[in-house]
Design a protein around this ligand. Sequence first.
Ligand code: EPZ
Length: 453
Amino acid sequence: MSEITVNGGRKLFGGVKIKGAKNAILPILAASVLIRGEVKLKNCPRISDIKNMLGVLRDLGAKASFRGNTIKINASKISKYEIKGENAKKIRGSIFLLGALLGRFGKATTFASGGCAIGARPIDLHLRGLEALGFKSEDINGATYIYRDEAIAQNSLEPATGFDPKNTRNAATAQKKALNAMREIKTREVFLDFASVGATENLILASVLGEETTRIVGAAREPEIVCLSGFLNAAGAKIAGAGTDEIIIDGVRELSPVVFEPIPDRIVCATYLLAVCATGGSITIKNTLYEHNENLIAKLRSVGAKIQTRGNSIKINVAELKKTPLSVHTAPWVGFPTDIQSQLGAMCAVRGIPLTITENLFENRFSYASELKKLGFNIEINGKTAKFEPTPRENLTNTQLALTAEDLRGGAALIIAALALPQKTTVKNYELVARGYEDIVADLKKLGADIYL
Ligand code: EPZ
């Protein structure tokens, strides 16, 4: 694993442009399994999570290219429905393929999917929701088999084949049988006990093809779900209510290829807002949607950051910050995003702003705070809560220290702290940060940081 070295204490000045959102692109790539023909996605960041997801799709038989920031993917000819292999194990996003493969073939098999070590990451909500759609699941030797029981009982489905029209007649018959098997499903309702982002996305993907109407109640409302629905509707799906807690999907017979630009990555934008709050300075962030970071921006303004928005740009000026105590409870959208609590914790630690974070979504998302304590910061971690108290400068160690990133956003938080501390700090496990940031080192260097790999 490689490491980043930062000679901190320098203010940030200049501009940065945000690429498409990782957490919108991953489910959209899964959705390409449902589309006949080539899908083109623009402004995609060259991050490892997306490259790994393309690897999973190629393992299933899709054709995919990633040149510059444009992805072209054609999954017309895939014939496998097992999510496995090294790529699938690395990313949580591979779990979104469940819904897409079920929507296409009526069956799917998944081995343990990956993702950041921020918690157990179960899929019970996904499986309960899929059962409400008429699927059954069985765990056998570490794999989860999901299928429409008609398919298994009557062996009515021929081996899954692609949509390739050049295939033999029996493939077309098999597809018709698969679709007919889906049609037996009555109009269906799914009640999600918790607004899980991934479960909502999987249920949408499992419902867009076919002739049934599906109602999801208790759906997650994240912007990435609105983006996925926008992509699918552009391809011919009929989805209503995305962004609210009730989504209705009217099944259609097929989806057509589209050219699409995903929403900008709100978490990357938030990371840069917090970096300049930590170091001071003035930056302009282009290609953003202000409404995706309103909650954070309100908090940053309350401690004195000067933030203006114009069109798709946010300009932020930071001199001194007030030590007004902040309190944050992470929650599903439209609450405070769990994916930016780490970066906020690092900023408040280095700025001496009292902060209490209650992390309600993941059970292991304070590893960055334990690392910051090694530098001498006064942070008390107690279960779901972390309390950051101002720390006198003399209590901080000024020897060069290596901090270890344990997850993607925690790694970004350690970089924010290193940028602000007037000393040499290294952050290990840079690969974890590269999962979600295209080239944070180059971006920060452009803004004036003394940072290198
Ligand atoms: C998505 O993960 C994001 N990942 C996460 O971003 C984000 O933190 C999370 O949503 C919450 O916003 C992607 O979109 C690829 P959840 P997901 O299902 O879908 C529990 C990042 O840094 N749960 O909403 O896995 C789960 O354990 C990543 O970019 C169940 O108990 O999140 C967690 O406690 C990190 N059973 C909570 O729900 C289930 O079946 C939220 O999970 C599913 C989830």
